[in-house]
Write a protein that binds this ligand. Structure first.
Ligand SMILES: Cc1cc2nc3c(=O)[nH]c(=O)nc-3n(C[C@H](O)[C@H](O)[C@H](O)COP(=O)(O)OP(=O)(O)OC[C@H]3O[C@@H](n4cnc5c(N)ncnc54)[C@H](O)[C@@H]3O)c2cc1C
Length: 436
């Protein structure tokens, strides 16, 4: 559709005028003022195309194009208009801490015998458990035997346990969740909630068999979350800006040759004239879903209960206690709890901390910086993150890390500059002819 429009605009006399014009120098207001004072008072890509379309519909091109040209144009907002986050200590509403259940070689999805019972593991998702939950749960539930089962047990009620439990219900099974903590008290509730299958394994430590599972899980999860878009589950699409001082390594997960590249729509690099991030020379955009865990987990738990699922609050200190469960099949979705319960010494905490500022509805993009800092715009607050403490078990707030995150974000957002001046012709080339 965009290409159709650009072709039509390219043919129009309006476009010829724009291309030949030497007078139009683009000078966007600062994003701060643009977004907070008069959001529409600038030339952005949407307005540019809209104006071109209206001009065309008004008679520049023949009337037979009218109805098509009036249709909404699905273009993305310009990065020139991004509202900066207002970072200050008095805007903080909370700081939360969680322990990512990390394994260098990646998550575990496999079945094993436990006496007479079948035990199916599904744990160790690191920093991507919200993202991959439906995908690894799909792999885990595929390990069920073919014969009919009276009931199934799921250990754990975080994102992974809930997705597993729901998929089992969809197969017509009676399911009971056993967990020591329920939402809102799980690690999954602490997560930022970006759909991005990163920080799940350490590069070089994963096996080809794991990569196969990882890609299958990513694909399934990507599709499944798209069925959950909307306010009931708190899932939406958001534009990401990934910022680097140095060139991207194109072989990494965020690179052009990444095996997950196809799950990052609108992927492209921005030129200096297209973004306000003054300290970063390399800027890559792509879209991801953002899942708001407090909304999402509560909604999925409700779905589980409506479908007849049972929940028992119970802590298992020892694997022998599992033998006492009535269910012949047990899914282990205990996250970091699997280290003690199943003696998995590779499983280790990666402590993460998020400082949450007052919500800013005008901020609707994600910023991912090379210095490990990141900002997620949630409806319950602006999340500022960027801590990954290996092997750290403490759940108390790390004040030094918090200061680093707050100062780093304050500098970042204060550093927003005007988009660099660009001629109309350059804008036209970048925005329309490249078909981005
Ligand atoms: C700061 C931070 C930011 C993050 N951001 C993201 C993000 O943006 N995107 C993303 O995809 N992921 C993110 N993550 C990672 C994500 O939170 C985890 O990968 C995910 O929560 C793991 O889910 P889980 O269900 O396996 O574990 P949990 O949510 O920890 O659930 C485990 C469940 O098992 C139960 N349990 C454990 N042991 C026992 C036991 N012995 N007996 C009974 N019950 C037990 C617990 O009570 C709980 O119910 C983030 C994590 C942190 C800390």
């Amino acid at each position: 559709m965009l290409r159709d429009l650009s072709n039509r605009v390219r043919d129009s006399s309006l476009a010829r005028h724009i291309l030949s014009s030497k007078i139009g120098e683009y000078n966007a207001p600062t994003p701060y003022l643009t977004s907070l004072v008069v959001p529409g008072d600038t030339v952005n890509r949407r307005r540019f195309l809209h104006t071109a379309a209206l001009g065309a519909a008004g008679g520049v091109v023949s009337g037979c194009h009218r109805s098509q040209l009036r249709a909404p144009v699905p273009v993305s907002p310009s990065a020139c208009n991004l509202a900066p986050v207002l970072v200050s200590r008095d805007r903080e509403i909370r700081t939360v801490v969680g322990l990512r259940p990390f394994r260098a070689s990646g998550f575990v999805v496999k079945g094993e015998k436990l006496g007479e019972k079948l035990l199916i593991h599904n744990y160790g998702h690191g920093g991507g458990g919200i993202t991959l939950s439906w995908g690894t749960s799909h792999l885990a539930t595929a390990l069920l035997p073919g014969e009919p089962l009276p009931s199934v047990a799921v250990l754990g009620c975080g994102a992974v346990g809930l997705a597993t439990a729901r998929l089992l219900q969809e197969r017509g099974l009676r399911v009971t969740i056993y967990a020591s903590e329920l939402p809102p008290n799980t690690t999954s509730n602490v997560a930022g909630g970006q759909w991005l299958p990163f920080s799940v394994f350490e590069s070089g430590k994963q096996s080809p068999a794991f990569m196969d599972q990882y890609l299958q899980a990513t694909e399934f999860a990507y599709r499944r979350y798209q069925t959950l878009l909307g306010s009931r589950y708190g899932v939406r699409w958001v534009r990401n800006y990934s910022l680097r001082y140095h060139e991207f390594d194109e072989t990494e997960l965020e690179g052009k040759q990444s095996p997950v590249r196809r799950f990052l729509p609108e992927f492209r690099d921005l030129t200096e004239s297209e973004h306000p991030f003054s300290r970063y020379q390399f800027v890559r955009q792509y879209d991801t879903m953002l899942i708001e865990p407090p909304i999402y987990l509560s909604a999925v738990l409700t779905d589980f209960r409506i479908a007849g699922g049972g929940v028992q609050v119970k802590h298992f200190d020892d694997i022998s206690q599992l033998q006492q469960l009535a269910e012949p099949v047990i899914f282990n979705c205990t996250g970091l709890g699997a280290r003690a319960l199943f003696n998995d010494q590779e499983l280790t905490p990666k402590k993460g901390q998020l400082t949450v500022l007052l919500p800013q509805p005008e901020v609707d993009y994600i910023a991912l910086m090379e210095d490990d800092l990141y900002m997620f715009p949630r409806t319950d607050g602006i999340l500022l993150g960027g801590t990954f403490e290996d092997g750290e078990w403490s759940l108390s707030v790390n004040e030094a890390a918090k200061a680093r995150v707050l100062n780093g974000h304050a500098q970042f957002f204060q550093g927003f500059r005007r988009c660099q001046r660009a001629s109309w012709a350059r804008l036209y080339r970048n925005w329309v002819l490249q078909g981005v």
